[in-house]
Design a protein around this ligand. Sequence first.
Ligand SMILES: Nc1ncnc2c1ncn2[C@@H]1O[C@H](COP(=O)(O)OP(=O)(O)OP(=O)(O)O)[C@@H](O)[C@H]1O
Ligand SMILES: [Mg+2]
Length: 278
Amino acid sequence: MTLTLRQPSMLIGMTIPATTSELQGPAIRVRGLAKSYQKLHVLRGVDFEVARGSIFALLGSNGAGKTTVVKILSTLLKADAGTAHVNGFDVATRAADVRESISLTGQFAAVDEILTGRENLVLVARLRHLKAPGAIADELLKRFALTEAGARRVATYSGGMRRRLDIAMSLIGNPPVVFLDEPTTGLDPQARLEVWHAVNELAQGGTTVLLTTQYLDEAENLADRIAILHEGRIIVDGTLDELRRILPPAEVEYVEKQRNLEDIFLTLVGAGTDKEQH
Ligand SMILES: Nc1ncnc2c1ncn2[C@@H]1O[C@H](COP(=O)(O)OP(=O)(O)OP(=O)(O)O)[C@@H](O)[C@H]1O
Ligand SMILES: [Mg+2]
């Protein structure tokens, strides 16, 4: 997933997102979403809601349709059927309002290697016509523990630093809803922890985060709510505790083994199913 709404051409005309305090209801509401690519029915009636200020993890195997959902929610792709509202706006009829309400960070960091971290941030703030881009950049560098690295070219950054900068860039203009498509794929454990920390900070600041992941421990550690997308539908949706209750109690022998999300996922989705749906 390489598309990003931070491409300059897509930023032109963007304004600072409206505050959302007056908007009621969930940050994201998806009903009966369907999408096919020719004969491949990827989404067959997807329903879920994401509460404001929460972290929602969309889990699924390769090809389950996670990126397809994110693309529809971020107005990059049209659904065949169903409705989706983001920040109260219908993605089909209020695309411009949706775009002003969101940021999208794809799997590959969309940062400019030649520029420094700070210059990347200043550039995006300028493109968004914000006042005091330097101050915005400095605040974000501090928030993502990049102050010292801020003056260095991004080419010298580690994967975790790039990803943190990428997320920082997506926050310029304070979008109330943030989509992170596989935010930690390819990162080492330390870098993943750094990204998790950044995502947690976001949610604590009131931002709604929808992330997709194939890492079950990521959903387990980070998400307030977890949904599993399988064969075109959400087959379960709940908190980790609610998901744990789906399975019979853990077997008690000498020690009680706490069910982890991997057990639940593999029981529901089935180990050894085809990776791609056809
Ligand atoms: N533009 C397209 N044309 C045809 N098929 C597509 C297109 N985009 C996606 N697909 C197919 O739709 C299915 C779902 O793709 P999607 O990228 O949404 O899955 P995903 O859950 O994000 O997978 P991954 O975990 O690998 O990122 C896959 O089988 C994919 O090959
Ligand atoms: Mg994907």
